[in-house]
Design a protein. Sequence first.
Length: 295
Amino acid sequence: MGSLPRCPICGDASAPLPRRNFGLHRTVVCRRCTLEYLLPQPTREETLALYADEGYYRSGAGSYGYPDYEAEREAIARTGHRRLRRLLRYNPGRDLIEVGAAYGYFLQVAQDSGFNVAALEVSDAAVARLRTQFDHVHHGELAEAGLCNAFDVVVLFDTIEHLHDPRAFVEAAHQALRPGGLLAFTTPNNRSMSARLLGKRWWSYRVPEHLYYFNRRSLEHLLHGRFQIVAAHPDSQYFSVKALVARLRARSPRIGRAAEVAVRALHLERLMVLVPNGMGFYIAVSTDGPRPSSA
C-alpha cells in the first residue's frame, strides 16, 4: 500500500477524513486546513484535455462543461457587471488579466468599463476566439506565462477549483501583480447553505472537473504569505431560465423534461433570474503592498 497523499494546500500528512463517494472518485477533507479535494486526482494532461475543444462549452445535457456557453452571453455579462461593481469599491488600478477567460464575456465588460485587459486560457478553442477580440491573449497556465509586476488586478471566476496546482497559481498571481495589487475570484464554498443541504447532490460536485472545494479557512491557508483576504461575500449569478432547466435536466432527466415543457409553454426561456450559486466571492490584496481602502 502506498503512503497517504499530503494535503496539496497545507502539506498535512495525517490521514484525511472521508467526505463523498462518487464511485471512481471520492473527496476527502484535510484535518488541518479543511480543504476538500478529489481522489484520485486526474493527471495534469487529463485535466487540460477536458477543456481543449469547443465540446466543453457545448456539452448539451452532458455531465461536464456548459450546455451552451455562448447562449448565456447576456447572463454572464450581467453577472460580470455585478462582480465588477464589487471590485471597483477597492479602487483598483486599470491593468487587469482574467485567468480562465473562456470566451471573454467578462473581459468585454471590464474593457468597456475602462480597464486595459488581458486574457489567459488553457482551452485551444477559447484562445482562438479570444484572439479575434482582444490584443493580449496568453495560451497556457499563469505559472508558464512569465508575467512579472505587470497588472493591478488578477481575476478568475469559477476557475481556481479546476487548477491542478493552486499553490503554483497563487505564486504566479503574486508575481504578476504590482505591489498592493488585487486578486478577485469566485469558487464553490463547501460550507455554503446549498452544500450543507444537498450533500452529495450539490451542483458544484462536478467530477472530475472540480479538483478542490474551498472555504474561508482553507483559502486563508492557500493564500498565506502572499495575499490577505479583505472581502468575502456569498456569490450569486444570472441565468436564463432555459439554462437552469438544462442543468436540471442533466441531473434529473425526468423532472428536467417536464420543466422544459412548462417553460416553453409559458415562453420563459429568455427570462433572466439572479440565483445564489453556493460560491464565495473573494477579494485579496497582495501582502507586499499597501492595503486598499473600500470606497
